[in-house]
Ligand binder design. Structure first.
Ligand SMILES: [Zn+2]
Length: 96
């Protein structure tokens, strides 16, 4: 995943997992009725600050509802998929 890539966050499966009378999902994306498609803005390498706090490798992604940080674990778990890589800038964009 690189800066400039277009990514998509998987739809929440709360309706499949729960009964219809449950409250709707209130995650960041559902809450703002986001399109779930975002552009990778910035990459942050793994680092440990002066206080010993660990910051895992992550990317800042700009969605229609704001900036959200995406971690490698999100990609590994299939929550995030790359819609269009920056090297194919014009491919796959029109559908959104
Ligand atoms: Zn949700």
């Amino acid at each position: 995943m690189k800066v400039g890539d277009l990514i998509k966050v998987k739809e929440c499966s709360i309706e499949e997992e729960h009964h219809w009378d449950r409250d709707p999902c209130d995650c960041f994306f559902c809450n703002y009725e986001s399109s779930r498609v975002g552009v990778v803005m910035e990459y942050h390498a793994h680092e440990i600050d002066d206080d010993g706090d660990i910051f895992n490798e992550c990317w800042d992604v700009l969605f229609d509802c704001g900036i959200w940080q995406v971690y490698l674990s999100d990609i590994a778990s299939g929550e995030i998929s790359v819609v269009s890589e920056v090297k194919n800038k014009n491919a796959g964009v029109a559908q959104w």
